[in-house]
Structures are given as C-alpha cells and as structure tokens.
Ligand binder design. Structure first.
Ligand SMILES: Cc1ncc(COP(=O)(O)O)c(C=O)c1O
Length: 285
C-alpha cells in the first residue's frame, strides 16, 4: 500500500474499512476489465465541490455501460461522511464497477455493482503552478476516437491516457495533451484545454472524443457571463503554437495557466486566464 494511502478512509458498499483491509474481489469486473466508471471530487474548506455534476456524470456513464444506476442518496451520504472525516482539503474518489462477474466479457444478467468511496490526501502540486503557470507537452499517444465511448465517459479503463502519461518523467512537465488521429487537440491526460487565439476564447469540440469536464462546464458558463463566451472548435497543434493564452482545467487544479507548451513560452497567466481563475474561485463561494 503506498504510504500516501495510510490515512485514507474507504467505504465499500457503505461499509467503512481501514485502508489495508479495503479490498474488493479479484472477480470484480472493475479489476478484470476496467468495467466501471469513477469520479474525482475536490473537498475545499470542508465543502464538496460540484457533487451533483459529478454524480450526474457517474450515472450517465453507468447507464451508457448498462450498469444499474448508482444509489444517489447513498453515494451523497457517503461522500458527505468522508468529506467530514478529516481536516483541510481532500480528494474524494468514487468508483462504481459492474461488480463480480464470470470469466468472459459478457456481463452478468443481474449485476451487483461495487460502490467504493474514498478520501485521499490533497495533491501536493507546487503552488506557483496555479499562479505562474505550468509546462506542458504534446503526447505521441493518440486519443481514441471513432470508437465506442471515445473517452467521453470517465471509465475505469484509462489505458490510453496511462500510456500517454508514461511519455514523460520530468516532474517539471505538469501535463501532456492528446490529439486524435486527425491531429485535433482533444484534452490533457487528466484535464480539459482552453486557448485564446486572436482574442477569442476557444476549447476543443468534444463531440468526437474527450471527456467533458465538470470544471470545463463551469468555466464555459463563467466565460459566457464575462468574456464574451467560449466557442467549441477543432484545434490543431499549429493553432496552439499561435495561441496567446493556454490554460487547463480539472476538478482538483481548477485552472492552471500554461507558461510553456512544447518549449514555446507563453504569457501566464494571460488576462483572460486570470479573469476566469478569479471568477472560478469566486463561483464556489
Ligand atoms: C481525460 C480527462 N479530461 C478532462 C478531465 C477534467 O474533468 P473534471 O473537470 O470533471 O475534473 C479529467 C479529469 O480527471 C480527465 O481525466
């Protein structure tokens, strides 16, 4: 068990376990095939951020996979229980698999899903990443597109993005961006992307592939109020190379300005990024 999990609190189907005893069956299809969905939520100053949006996405993903919808009241109560289980900021992770199954791929006719909720330590990113920006690179690994689901649900099977994440070991690189087979930039390994080009705020169109992030949705709503909106567009590496501002979003990082992409320096945070960073923080109050 990694040392960082020593203080982890885990609920499996509502039952609390010490981290070293928090185990699920080897026959669980989440373990066997990545047959399930998950969510990562931030707890900041005791408040769970965007719980309903995360539970909506979890339920949508489960439904798309034909897994019975999770018990929303139970999950909400479990998230609240773990959010109150310690001091300071924390991460709540929810995993929801199809449960135990037989040997083959065909799902059991009457699945009994496995529901796990855990509280994990807040990630120790350098604080200046939020203030002064991060370095990013383009991954060689392509985003799966045109295939079933296309990474549009937050599936427990993250192999595509794991392979992309294995492309760099330099701790100074914060994130890698994935393009689809047609060369369109889709998203980061764990984040969504926004750019300012010619004064316009743009984000990749995710109708083909990519995960529509909860934070992406929040930032798009804020941009509609404050920055003349955001257009969903096909963006290439060349577009990125000409961008005035680039930033990343996810539920834990909020907004990270990008100060260098593929070795090219960018002003970070640029004015649009800064305005949306402030608006995003204010929007949780
Ligand atoms: C591939 C991918 N895209 C985007 C995101 C951002 O999603 P959210 O804002 O819901 O955290 C994530 C989050 O982990 C992700 O894994």
């Amino acid at each position: 068990m990694p040392a960082e999990h020593a203080s982890t609190a885990v609920l499996i189907n509502g039952q609390r376990h010490a981290p070293e005893q928090a185990t699920v069956s080897v026959f669980d299809r989440g373990f066997q095939y990545g047959d399930g969905v998950f969510e990562t939520l931030a707890v900041v100053a005791g408040q769970v951020r965007d719980r309903d949006a995360h539970l909506d996405r979890l339920a949508r993903g489960a439904t798309l996979l034909g897994i019975p919808e999770p018990d929303r009241d139970a999950l909400s109560a479990e998230i609240a229980q773990l959010a109150a289980a310690g001091e300071g900021n924390a991460v709540i992770k929810v995993l929801y698999s199809r449960g135990v199954g037989g040997r083959g791929l065909a799902p059991p006719a009457e699945p009994a899903p496995t529901r796990v909720v855990m509280r994990l330590p807040w990630p120790a990113h350098p604080p200046d990443w939020r203030e002064s920006g991060v370095r990013t690179m383009t991954c060689r690994t392509r985003q799966a597109s045109g295939a079933a689901l296309d990474g549009r649900i937050k599936s427990m099977n993250q192999l595509n993005h794991i392979v992309a994440r294995m492309e760099w070991r330099d701790p100074a690189i914060a994130e890698g961006l994935l393009c689809d087979e047609a060369g369109r930039v889709v998203e980061g390994t764990v984040s969504n992307l926004f750019v300012v080009i010619g004064g316009r705020l743009l984000t990749p169109d995710l109708s083909g592939a990519g995960l529509p992030g909860v934070t992406r949705g929040r930032v798009m709503a804020l941009a509609a109020e404050r920055c003349g909106g955001v257009a969903e567009a096909d963006l290439t590496a060349a577009d990125l190379a000409g961008a005035e501002e680039v930033f990343l979003t996810n539920s834990l990082i909020g907004i990270w300005p990008v100060r260098e992409h593929d070795g090219r320096a960018l002003a970070a945070p640029g004015p649009v990024t800064l305005e949306l960073q402030q608006a995003l923080e204010g929007s949780y109050a």
